[in-house]
Design a protein around this ligand. Structure first.
Ligand code: HEM
Ligand code: HEM
Length: 236
């Protein structure tokens, strides 16, 4: 089987199963998915707090607990991102795909269009890729990677605000509030980024399941056991 250098498109069959997602990538994917869901639930409750009766806040400490869960998951989410960036350096070539878009490769750029046509039910036989298809790869970089880094930075800006000026957290992350133009801007942007990531997730889930059923290769089982299987022989 022959695959292209940058887009990992299959150029010549017969396509054989390929070990694409190594165990650390699979572990990272599911661990960050759990922390992500908990961050959205607790973040939503911080943005739209539940009604509290007078003195309830002290007896139940509900809002405090919601923030504690948010912060624990936030620290884990951040550590997982650092771990994932580290793995891009030491892992296989597919582990680097979500961080580097090979826009200099004409075949990869054409693949964005062909995949989009396939998603719109226009192109019946799109190129088959061993790693992510170029459209998914672009969304993973532009929406997931950049969105997550931005939500982590604004999150730490908010966390430093909770500690207050004249603390070391402000020494490290006070610049976020300073450069963004105020405490409320940081909060609003942090909140809006949640919707940006949820938008990514809606596409991601729809496409993963749709491609698993209608596409030419496996998807869901690949992010579980790491191996990409091809359903049809590649004729080229
Ligand atoms: C039940 C929930 C989920 C399912 C079924 C799922 C499914 C998948 C599948 C099938 C892939 C591989 C796609 C491919 O081979 O091209 C994948 C990769 C990926 N997913 Fe998910 N996913 C879920 C939750 C999430 C969440 C919550 C996020 C983050 C917001 C996320 C972010 C990613 C990223 C960034 C990758 C690329 C992995 C890499 O190459 O490092 N997923 N997911
Ligand atoms: C996917 C990741 C995350 C999501 C979806 C998320 C979501 C949210 C949302 C919706 C809010 C409410 C904002 C509002 O007041 O309207 C919030 C608040 C907050 N988040 Fe996050 N967040 C994430 C990651 C982080 C990270 C990495 C940190 C870093 C420590 C963090 C720290 C905070 C803090 C300190 C608050 C403010 C709590 C308060 O107002 O007292 N978040 N988050």
């Amino acid at each position: 089987m022959k695959i292209s250098n940058w887009s990992y498109e299959i150029l010549e069959g017969p396509a054989k199963p390929v070990y694409v997602y190594e165990a650390p990538v699979r572990f990272w994917h599911w661990a960050q998915a759990v922390t992500f869901f908990l961050l959205c639930i607790t973040g939503f409750l911080i943005g739209w707090p539940l009604p509290a009766n007078y003195a309830d806040t002290w007896s139940t400490y509900l809002f405090g607990n919601i923030i504690v869960v948010h912060l624990i998951c936030a620290m884990l989410f951040t550590l997982l991102m650092i771990y994932r960036i580290y793995w891009a350096f030491v892992g296989n070539k597919y582990s680097r795909m979500i961080f580097i878009l090979p826009f200099w490769d004409a075949m990869w750029v054409k693949g964005i269009w062909k995949t989009a046509m396939h998603y719109l039910f226009i192109e019946k036989h799109p190129p088959i890729y061993v790693g992510h298809n170029p459209l998914a790869q672009t969304a993973m970089f532009a929406m997931y990677v950049l969105g997550s880094i931005a939500i982590i930075i604004t999150g730490f800006g908010l966390y430093a605000q909770q500690w207050g000026w004249d603390t070391s957290w402000m020494t490290y992350f006070g610049w976020v509030t300073h450069y963004m133009g105020g405490a409320q801007v940081v909060r609003t942007v942090h909140h809006a980024l949640m919707y940006y990531l949820l938008l990514f997730l809606s596409f991601h889930l729809y496409m993963s399941f749709r491609e698993d059923i209608m596409g030419h290769d496996t998807q869901i089982s690949t992010i579980v056991n790491g191996i990409r299987y091809f359903k049809e022989p590649v004729k080229k």
